[in-house]
Design a protein. Structure first.
Length: 302
């Protein structure tokens, strides 16, 4: 569903920008070019507004404050990253790298990975990661969480199936790598299935563990669940094992334009790791983050 929707949005924007350019190019070349870039690059203005909001909201947060240079770097990074993800990989290439769980193609005893995307995303987000894991010969599954605006609790069966498939293929509990809302979905799965022993480790990237200020504008079920300090989030840790958060490494950024205040992306008792100057989607492709995370495939369990 999401791939179809983002394909429609992308093609509509391209058609609108080109249509404007062609319609006005004879009478007013300057207007034609200006309108083309306003339509094609209008999203950068919304990104800039998000960074200004996070700068303001973060003033009372205990996490390290971003500098204006870091905010500018993050804005430019997200300006380049967002179209690749939302206008290419997700709408047109979501299945470019298919799941790999066929026993005939794998070495039993080598740990695999389950990838869980975030809000308004699909498995296409993970394409650079999937290519790396594929090249290493390991098993992996990247889920597509649906329905788009349903309850985060309802994603648990999809995650459970993915974990089981990778475990069956390798004989080992998998590493779970989650972006944004995906980290909350995995926590909901852990709570529902009491599945701590089925996990090697959980890595979250820009996950709103304690909600995000921007979610006040989200009116879908999962959007309301991600509001700051929501009742749903409080229940995630209810009656949990005392050491559950030790399973987690939480990457967060002082320039995350979606999850802020910054410290809401951390978990007490987890290995919380700050990346300075990285935006929300851009952070998922940090070479340091990717290399450190994939190295966990050969590490001892948490």
């Amino acid at each position: 569903m999401l791939a179809h929707l983002q394909r429609l949005i992308t093609l509509t924007l391209i058609a609108a920008a080109l249509g404007w350019l062609v319609y006005f190019r004879s009478d007013s070349p300057a207007l034609a070019v200006t309108g083309f870039f306003v339509i094609a690059l209008g999203y950068t203005g919304f990104l800039a507004l998000e960074f200004l909001l996070l700068h303001h909201i973060n003033k009372t947060d205990p996490a390290p404050q971003p500098t204006w240079k870091e905010l500018l770097h993050a804005w430019l990074g997200e300006t380049l990253t967002a179209p690749r993800v939302f206008c290419w990989r997700q709408p047109f290439r979501q299945n470019a790298v298919p799941d790999r769980v066929s026993p005939a193609a794998l070495v039993h005893g080598r740990r695999g990975v389950v990838f869980v995307h975030g809000f308004f995303c699909n498995r296409g987000l993970w394409t650079p990661w999937l290519k790396r894991v594929q090249a290493s010969g390991r098993a992996f599954v990247a889920v597509n969480l649906e329905p788009l605006f349903g309850s985060i609790d309802d994603y648990a069966p999809q995650i459970d199936d993915a974990v089981q498939r990778v475990t069956d293929a390798t004989g080992l509990p998998p590493l779970l790598v989650c972006h944004s809302m995906g980290g909350l979905a995995v926590r909901a799965w852990l709570k529902r299935m009491k599945a701590e022993v089925r996990v090697h480790h959980v890595v979250t990237i820009g996950t709103p563990h304690r909600g995000t200020w921007l979610a006040r504008f989200g009116h879908g079920h999962n959007g309301r669940q991600m509001r700051l300090l929501s009742d749903w989030q409080a229940q995630l840790d209810h009656e949990m094992p005392a050491d559950r958060h030790r399973l987690f490494t939480c990457w967060y950024s002082n320039c995350d334009n979606i999850v802020f205040p910054t410290s809401t992306a951390t978990l007490p008792g987890a290995d919380n790791r700050l990346i300075r100057g990285a935006a929300h989607v851009q952070m998922a492709f940090s070479p340091l983050l990717m290399n450190t995370t994939l190295a966990m495939l050969d590490s001892d369990p948490a």
